[in-house]
Design a protein. Structure first.
Length: 463
């Protein structure tokens, strides 16, 4: 055994750390080896060697007490600290090491995005929103929608408003448990279908009312499956409708087939909904808690009514624009998740409220631009006026963004006002009548974006 520690009594048995650190002979200026024998005092270089050996563990410490705990764990005794390192106690040596070693805090691991969207699911939902429209070319010869369009339109508006409110209430109940959400949907979905059918009944009789009733039943059942995240089951239920519409350009089915395929899709949707609800109701009951007030879901229903009216006003002139807007709701939902994830990243990257406001505005502009950019060529392909389509889409997306953050009344009021004015101006014979929809949507977008910047530009909304 070589080195000065080999000459100290009890050193090898008592302190393996000190043996490793102080076991290197000191070199004098004449490059000859010198030994420090017991009683010759502490080695002035011992503390430096100890600091070098423990630098990787002392560097991240935020207080000398952490270094003291480290030295205790290595087995240093009070006698060794005095004789070898020349310090009166453990805390004195720990403080010296803490001051000598530079702070080296490790970089934190990249945080996972808590709002990472499910891309496939969002895109599938956009497709599912549009697929029921395939029933209209299949069943049109049976009830002549051109002459009796009022009944399904009114039923659709009522179903849209009721479904928005019911979906919000079910999601609130989902916090308590899946069983409670299922009970809410089981009570609310049939009531919504009945209300929509009753609203359409006075407008027509026979075929149109049956079509409105079937439409209302489907929208109620499909809403249940979408709230409970069973998109693939809904897609499977719509298979007969998809198959019938796919062969329609090459084959003329008879009245029986035209009626049977949508009816089969409706029955499959109802059966799938019943199966899902039965499974959800079998889940264990959650502890009793405060039930959310129905008034909390009212602005979501009013927004659904306003959004449906705005889309209807556009669809009267450009029916294909409705298809574009409906399919775009899938990417719109994806971008809502991306907005939240990007906002959290902006919150982590900024240190001042003003800096976050700028980043938040950039995130909002970027997400809105990504949503609207694909709609521009779609507008030209469908013959829709690009300005009207883009302003309407911007209105819907910004309103949905505010709703995602719990701000429901402002977008509901703004969109209701836009729908009311856009519907009334053409009837008044004013010069601005033909441009009523783009003007109203433009004004709505300005109000919604301004409110979004005011509300979502605060770091507290994203914490």
């Amino acid at each position: 055994m070589s080195g000065p520690m080999a000459l100290e009594p009890g050193g090898a048995e008592q302190d393996t750390l000190a043996l490793r650190l102080a076991g290197t002979p000191a070199r004098g200026d004449d490059h000859t080896l010198t030994l420090r024998l017991p009683g010759h005092g502490p080695d002035p270089e011992a503390v430096s060697r100890l600091a070098a050996a423990l630098a990787d563990r002392v560097g991240p410490a935020v207080h000398p007490y952490e270094v003291a705990a480290l030295l205790e764990a290595e087995g240093l005794t009070a006698e060794q600290i005095k004789q070898r390192y020349g310090h009166p106690n453990l805390f004195s040596l720990a403080t010296a090491l803490y001051e000598q070693v530079p702070r080296t805090y490790p970089e934190p691991a990249p945080a996972a995005d808590p709002w990472r969207p499910d891309t496939v699911r969002c895109l599938l939902r956009g497709v599912l929103f549009a697929l029921p429209g395939l029933a209209y070319p299949l069943t049109a010869p049976l009830w002549h929608p051109g002459r009796h369009a009022a009944a399904p339109i009114v039923a659709g508006l009522v179903s849209w408003a009721w479904g928005q409110a019911l979906g919000h209430r079910a999601h609130l109940r989902m916090v308590t448990g899946r069983r409670e959400a299922a009970r809410t949907l089981l009570a609310g979905a049939p009531a919504g279908a009945a209300l929509a059918t009753a609203a359409a009944a006075p407008l027509a009789g026979g075929g149109p009312v049956l079509a409105a009733a079937a439409q209302s039943l489907y929208l109620a059942a499909a809403g249940v499956l979408l709230v409970l995240a069973r998109e693939r089951l809904l897609l499977a239920a719509l298979t007969p409708l998809i198959a019938g519409a796919a062969v329609l350009p090459w084959w003329e089915p008879g009245p029986a087939v035209r009626a049977a395929l949508p009816l089969l899709a409706l029955l499959a949707t109802l059966a799938g909904t019943g199966h899902v609800l039965r499974g959800a109701l079998a889940a264990p009951a959650a502890p009793a808690g405060n039930s959310p007030r129905p008034l909390w879901s009212l602005p979501y229903g009013l927004f659904g009514l306003a959004a449906g009216t705005l889309v209807l006003l556009e669809g009267r002139h450009e029916p294909y624009a409705v298809i574009v807007l409906t399919v775009s709701m899938g990417p719109a939902e994806w971008l809502l998740y991306r907005y939240r994830g990007l906002s959290v990243a902006a919150l982590r990257a900024t240190a001042t409220p003003a800096g976050f406001l700028l980043r938040s505005a950039a995130v909002l502009a970027g997400c809105l631009g990504v949503y609207l950019l694909p709609l521009l060529p779609a507008a030209y392909l469908t013959g829709a006026a690009p300005a009207t389509l883009l302003l309407l889409a911007a209105t819907l997306w910004t309103a949905l963004l505010l709703q995602a953050f719990g701000a429901a009344w402002p977008p509901a009021v703004i969109c209701l006002a836009a729908a009311a004015v856009a519907g009334a101006l053409p009837r008044l014979g004013l010069p601005a009548g033909p441009a009523a929809l783009p003007l109203c949507c433009g004004a709505a977008v300005l109000g919604l974006v301004a409110y979004a910047l005011l509300l979502l530009g605060r770091p507290a909304r994203h914490a």
